[in-house]
Design a protein around this ligand. Structure first.
Ligand SMILES: [Zn+2]
Length: 382
């Protein structure tokens, strides 16, 4: 989120929208989490949650670190999604990777037995700062090593240009991604020896609506030169508004033994206008997902049937109430970095409405099948 505001299709109303947006957003406070808030299983202290599936003797561990940041571990290898931990206050327009936060981040990873040096690939869902802005620090500190491939939209290469080795960045071009609106044959990309990823063209919900008018932040053309000049060291300060969204992707991730799929996960780190973001239906019919990771923030600003529409496709063979869902990007990320015990609900999202839509669609959240983990939690799938 940020202050560089584009009003979808109504640019002449930009200034009215900007003024109202600033007033509303600065006065809307993040809410304390009521005890029985949707989907009722916010883990009270950062630790553990387990889904029992029993597809393989090996288990998957997913460390949730807030917003879309996940580290997914399988058999001594891991992949990293949307690296971000240096949160900044809501009114701050200047961003930087926080080295004090980095120490805290490292301690947390150590506690959860995660070694970033085991990372086989990094995946960036879109280029807003809250989905990638700490990747330069991880590269500079050699936690993500220079031979680790990074996948993301075409703007990502411009943002990271001073931190990458040649050929390290792989833009997710049309040829490499599945587009649900123009389906073509699909191919998974090998993310590690036993993990493969299908990247899917997705999109990004507006951040909020004012009087029915969608407000979409940090859209538009990215200035490559800005990052070339101003983002040379990972701790350099950049302007929040420069982190343009670019194309957005969701991921279907397979965990395999030889050619057999042990587990299949779906990850979507921003709410999307269906069918964008949805994996191919025939691929899902052949092998439905085991667990879906979906974004709670702004989930009421896409078509009203979200997320029921996509959940029905992801879990075609299950009674709806058995669908296993992890709700991510639910917490307000404008506080102190990694102060997870103080996590509050993200502002401007109607969580009760999300719960209502889920119940109406049969996906009634219960504490076995759905979880909204506090950042710092490891979700185990075994
Ligand atoms: Zn975003």
């Amino acid at each position: 989120m940020g202050f560089d505001i584009t009003l979808a299709k109504r640019p002449h109303k930009k200034w009215i929208g900007l003024t109202i947006a600033i007033i509303v957003l600065t006065t809307a406070c993040a809410k304390v989490i009521p005890e029985k808030e949707f989907p009722r299983t916010i883990i009270p202290s950062a630790d553990q949650f387990t889904f029992h599936i029993q597809n393989s003797p090996d288990s998957i561990r997913v460390l949730y670190l807030g917003c879309g940041h996940l580290i997914i571990l399988y058999r001594q290898e891991n992949i990293v999604i949307d690296p971000f931990f240096s949160t900044h206050g809501f009114t701050k327009s200047k961003l930087f990777s926080d080295t004090i936060a980095f120490r805290k981040y490292e301690n947390l990873l150590k506690k959860q037995r995660v070694n970033l040096n085991d990372t086989k690939s990094v995946w960036i869902a879109h280029t807003h700062y809250d989905h990638m802005s700490d990747l330069p620090l991880l590269l500079e500190k050699k936690r993500i090593v220079s031979t680790t491939p990074i996948y993301g939209n075409e703007d990502g290469a411009s943002i990271l240009q001073n931190f990458l080795t040649p050929q390290q960045y792989h833009p997710l071009t049309k040829e490499l991604t599945y587009n649900p609106k123009q389906p073509t044959p699909v191919s998974f990309i090998n993310a590690s020896t036993s993990i493969s990823v299908l990247s899917i063209r997705s999109d990004h919900a507006p951040h909020y609506k004012i009087f029915g008018l969608p407000i979409h932040l940090m859209k538009g053309k990215l200035k490559a030169n800005y990052f070339k000049k101003n983002f040379v060291r990972a701790t350099d300060t950049t302007s929040r508004g420069q982190w343009k969204e670019g194309r957005t992707y969701s991921y279907l991730i397979d965990f395999k033994t030889n050619n057999h799929i042990d587990y299949r996960l779906f990850i979507q780190t921003s709410a999307s206008h269906y069918p964008l973001g949805r994996p191919p239906l025939d691929v899902l019919r052949e092998r439905p997902v085991d667990v879906a990771f979906l974004c709670a923030a702004s989930s009421d600003y896409v078509k009203k049937k979200y997320p029921v529409n996509i959940l029905r496709d992801l879990f075609p063979n299950h009674p709806a109430k058995e669908a296993k869902v992890v709700w991510i990007h639910w917490e307000d990320f404008f506080g102190e970095p990694l102060e997870f015990e103080k996590a509050r609900l993200v502002r401007m999202t109607n969580f009760k409405g999300l719960g209502k839509r889920l119940r109406k669609g049969g996906f009634t959240p219960d504490s076995i099948h759905q979880v909204m983990p506090r950042p710092g939690t490891v979700v185990t799938i075994k």
